[in-house]
Design a protein around this ligand. Structure first.
Ligand SMILES: Cc1cc2nc3c(=O)[nH]c(=O)nc-3n(C[C@H](O)[C@H](O)[C@H](O)COP(=O)(O)O)c2cc1C
Length: 331
């Protein structure tokens, strides 16, 4: 039922921003996605880190562990495929549709040279003709919706001109644009003028992704690009998991941040203890997260150094307790 005009629910629904958790391989896996969803609000869906298609063989069971439907019921998830081969793509995509997923995302953004030199991820962007052929041969064969996550090009934003023509030829459900080139990796500035061109010229819904690290950045992007069909948050959300709530409420004033973060953190540790075979793996994973968690703190480097020195879960716990009992963080 539609909310009554002017009611609190009406206002809330009219102003809800469509926020999407970005895929970050090694970080936003099922353990993170579920723990995040249990402790924080504001995100409506997640795109999962990519699964690679395999030559001559559709799927390895270990590939799909992160996407087991029973573990992915809380936060809606869109699986992502890294592939440059239509038959392998169709096979993997249909296996995922058979699991109940309704949309598959194609990764055209991975910047890593090892991936790109095999003409996968952003390595495909200088070859719009190949992308055209893959879309042509794939879209007939898959039994659900396809979206794309792309950069502006591999070497130059000029590559986008041809890419847009190709994207517009096919029934994609949306295009997520990270307005950097592949060779930029994760450095340098996002090109907002180029994103503007994508938003104007791509005929599918276009989602913005890149460097949304605080409320002010989001607000500035949202006022410049009101036509964006959604906002994907990656490193900024991991660094500050309260960010989606700040964006939805329009305020940075969120209470009990340390206590809430600690509960989320402990849930994450428990999840990885269940998933990994030994404490060393749990420790490595959590140390990786602190590279992001501490990003905005004035004393972040020192804090991470102390946490990284821990060589048992006991020492690790002591180091992070000092953070949780210190001044209020994450905001
Ligand atoms: C460690 C790491 C892993 C990533 N893994 C993926 C991935 O599996 N699939 C993908 O499309 N993008 C991946 N990305 C890119 C992010 O989804 C996102 O596009 C990028 O970080 C920019 O957004 P942000 O500034 O909000 O983080 C990864 C980025 C990082 C830093």
């Amino acid at each position: 039922m539609l909310p009554e005009f002017g009611s609190a629910r009406f206002v809330a629904e009219m102003t809800m921003k469509h926020l999407i958790l970005a895929p970050l391989r090694g970080f936003t896996d099922v353990v993170f996605r579920n723990a995040f969803h249990r402790h924080f609000r504001g995100v409506e869906e997640a795109v999962a880190p990519f699964v690679t298609s395999i030559k001559g063989r559709c799927i390895k069971p270990s590939h799909l562990r992160d996407l087991a439907p029973a573990d992915n019921r809380a936060l809606p998830v869109v699986p992502q495929i890294l592939s440059n081969h239509p038959d392998e793509f169709v096979c993997l995509a249909n296996a995922l549709f058979d699991l109940g997923y309704r949309e598959i995302n194609w990764n055209l953004g991975c910047p890593f040279p090892m991936v790109a030199k095999k003409m996968r991820g952003s390595g495909l962007l200088p070859h719009p003709d190949v992308i055209d052929r893959i879309l042509d041969q794939t879209l007939h064969g898959i039994s659900g919706n396809l979206s794309i996550k792309t950069r502006l090009g591999r070497f130059s934003g000029d590559e986008m001109d041809h890419l847009i023509t190709v994207f517009n030829r096919y029934p994609l459900v949306r295009v997520i644009v990270h307005p950097r080139t592949g060779v930029q990796m994760y450095t340098g500035r996002v090109d907002l003028n180029a994103f503007d061109v994508c938003l104007t010229r791509i005929t599918h819904p276009v989602v913005y992704n890149g460097d949304i690290k605080d409320l002010a950045t989001f607000q500035s992007l949202a006022s410049r690009f009101p036509a964006s069909a959604g906002w994907m948050l990656g490193r900024g959300l991991i660094a500050n998991p309260f960010l989606p709530e700040m964006i939805q409420s329009g305020t940075r004033l969120i209470c009990h941040r340390n206590a809430r973060f600690e509960k989320f953190h402990d849930d994450l540790v428990d999840g990885y203890r269940r998933q990994f075979s030994g404490p060393g793996h749990v420790l490595d994973r959590m140390k990786g997260f602190w590279g992001y968690f501490a990003a905005d703190f004035p004393d972040g480097r020192r804090m991470v150094k102390r946490i990284r020195k821990a060589d048992s879960l006991f020492q690790y716990r002591q180091a992070v307790t000092a953070v949780f009992t210190g001044p209020e963080r994450w905001g």
